[in-house]
Design a protein around this ligand. Structure first.
Ligand code: NAG
Ligand code: NAG
Length: 395
């Protein structure tokens, strides 16, 4: 059990000097905050998201949007208002996720599965292609094949970590499906010695024991310090010999809840990351971190709606004229994340799937589950018969 252990994220340690990713990080931390808040309604659980994957997909859709839909995306994805700057930021993100690193494996893949009969504008396909999106023309009515194709794509892209991202029944009526997959695998710069791992208690923020974990231990040089502005003690553990990537672990100050920490993170600049970096010789520190594994699936629509991205999910209000002449809206958006942290290092995979329906199909009525019926006289609305149908039979 690993309850109340909520915050894990990977950060790029040495961002290319010319591109400022802070708008993207702002979006990411707000999304984490809203995802946690939404999830909290269903009780505590371990949670992991890949916000950059979400950002990347929705930034592409922003290029095909207009009106209110465009304005909401620009504001909440923190996109620069001119298209060229947006494309530059998107391209820089894309290049980073798709480039080769010496001793860290990072692999970003994106794909678009679309209905051949739907007129996807060539400009939108070009935009997608410029971010190295693979384009597949498919028959969306054959949901068996479509589910297989999407799951196969994601399975390959995540080295088998995520195998059943979509179910056939959730693909019905979709006209366009966007997929983003991310895979990360790296060894710690300073691995843990597994003979030192012990089962130990795990506590909630009020100090009550709530379970136990396999606690790893080592003494190694790590950046470490208090970040008062977010009310947390921060440890940075790097990956690989070149230390190009790292994991930050943020332990809230005693008495500070995860919820408070997340809202602090969402509201503050990331300058604390640089503040805890020590110049020169980094002193060694005793580190205890649990071995853990998180597999989570998030519905992205509610947290994105809380964030302020709303009309794109609305059958009546979505404006995506740059994608297609058909009136499309997003009817599903989900993300699977699988993270494993061990003595050796970390393997993390994410798959984001966004499904778009068109309005005409969106208004289909299918009484294929229990329903109530009324028979009325139309002028007076007098109900003559009323009933419930819930036990199916072939008559
Ligand atoms: C990571 O560590 C394992 C075991 O120590 C080793 O077999 C593997 O080659 C390492 N991977 C890299 C990329 O260094
Ligand atoms: C769906 O596609 C598969 C594989 O191409 C094919 O075998 C199957 O007959 C198709 N089903 C329908 C209903 O078209």
């Amino acid at each position: 059990m690993l309850k109340a252990f909520a915050i894990v994220f990977l950060s790029y340690a040495f961002a290319a000097p010319t591109v400022d990713f802070s708008p993207l990080n702002e979006f990411s931390l707000q999304l984490l905050d809203h995802t946690y808040t939404y999830q909290e309604n269903f009780g505590k659980s371990n949670k992991a998201i890949s916000p950059v994957s979400v950002w990347s997909l929705f930034s592409l859709l922003a290029e095909g949007s207009s009106g209110q839909t465009f304005q909401e995306l620009v504001k909440e994805l923190r996109l620069p208002t001119d298209l060229r700057a947006t494309q530059a930021l998107h391209l820089a993100t894309n290049n980073l996720l798709k480039s080769d690193f010496q001793d860290v494996l990072l692999k970003g893949k994106s794909a678009m599965f679309s209905d051949c009969s739907l007129q996807i504008h060539p400009e939108f396909c070009e935009a997608a292609t410029s971010y190295s999106t693979d384009i597949y023309s498919v028959d969306p009515k054959n949901t068996t094949k479509l589910a297989h194709d999407i799951n196969y794509y994601i399975c390959l892209a995540t080295e088998g970590r995520i195998t059943h991202a979509v179910q056939e029944e959730n693909l019905e009526n979709l006209r366009l499906i966007l997929v983003d997959a991310l895979y990360f695998k790296a060894n710690w710069t300073y691995p843990f010695d597994s003979t030192q791992t012990r089962e130990e208690a795990f506590y909630d923020y009020q100090g009550k024991t709530i379970g136990s974990v396999n606690m790893m231990y080592h003494k190694a040089p790590h950046n470490f310090g208090d970040a008062n502005e977010i009310q947390a003690t921060v440890l940075e553990m790097t990956y690989g010999k070149n230390e190009e990537f790292s994991m930050h672990l943020l332990l809230p100050f005693e008495g500070t809840s995860i919820k408070k920490l997340l809202s602090n993170l969402a509201a503050q600049p990331l300058s604390w990351i640089n503040d805890i970096r020590i110049e020169g010789d980094i002193p060694e520190i005793d580190v205890y971190v649990p071995r853990f594994k998180i597999s989570s699936k998030s519905d992205l629509i509610p947290p994105l709606q809380y964030l302020g991205i709303q009309s794109i999910f609305d059958v009546q209000r979505a404006e995506l004229p740059g994608v297609s002449d058909s009136p499309l809206f997003i009817s599903s958006a989900a993300q699977n994340v699988d993270i494993e942290v061990t003595e050796e290092g970390t393997v993390a995979a994410a798959a984001t799937v966004v499904g778009l329906q068109d309005r005409i199909l969106g208004q289909r009525f299918e009484a294929n589950r229990d329903f109530v019926f009324l028979i009325t006289e139309r002028k007076s609305n007098l109900i003559l018969f009323a009933g419930v149908y819930e036990e199916p039979s072939v008559v």
